[in-house]
Design a binder for this molecule. Sequence first.
Ligand code: ZN
Length: 292
Amino acid sequence: MKKNRWFIVAISALVLSSCSQYNQEPTNDSSDNQDSTVNDSTPTDEEQEENEANEPNEDIPEEDPNETDQSDTDEQVDEDTLSLPSEYFNDIEEVDGQAVIQNPDNILTFVNHDYLLPSDYVPDDLVIPDVKFSYGFQDIPKSYMREEAAGALEALFGAAGEENIELAAVSGYRSYDRQQELYDQAVARSGADQEFVAHPGSSEHQSGLAMDVSSSSVNYGLVQEYENTKEGQWLADNAHHFGFIIRYQKDKEDITGYGYEPWHLRYVGESAIEMYESELVLEEFFDLVREI
Ligand SMILES: [Zn+2]
């Protein structure tokens, strides 16, 4: 485990000291309310989706004072010739002016505002992981993940439980149609230039490889304060051992195009270790990694 490396600790301190600028308090009328900007009458799913909206951060803290160390690490990654077989790279085709991923079953599928999942893509191996859910067991789309990711999530939850870390799954698979519905609602409410809900196809949740995770300590909300809880910290320190990354990192908002989401786990398999140790978000990883 490399979590004791001093720069990680230093960065953690930086994160903790700057978190007050992301002050998304959970509302108190529902355990699933996460976004104080959302009208109380909107459904829970919508709040979750809106909380993951496209909110490029305009309030980015100063550069990490340890960036020299960081740069050294990046160079080391280069020298180590970070490489992957071509099957792990996006196969892109332009459809109606948008870059659409043609190999969405790829476990490293790279989804963001630029690379969209196809409108008809539904993973064919979705299962409900045997873990605690914030809303109890329900056979509904958001309970599902792809099989490999679900197994990894079970292992992660099991390890957390052994350390008395209480986690709950909050939101997994989300269909293209559901994204479209949320997008249309946001546009109807806030206009075509709204920035609360991302374009359909750009949600990692459609890949079946993402799960939002929270804990009772924050009323199972998807809130940035989660990073300050022992459960959120445990996730940040340990998720990579189970093939997960915290996909939308603090200080990387301008790269990912998303606000910081300490609750959003994305399964990437073994590459999670490299991304964690090098502090690379998926965008940076694919900038560096060589195709073999
Ligand atoms: Zn999420």
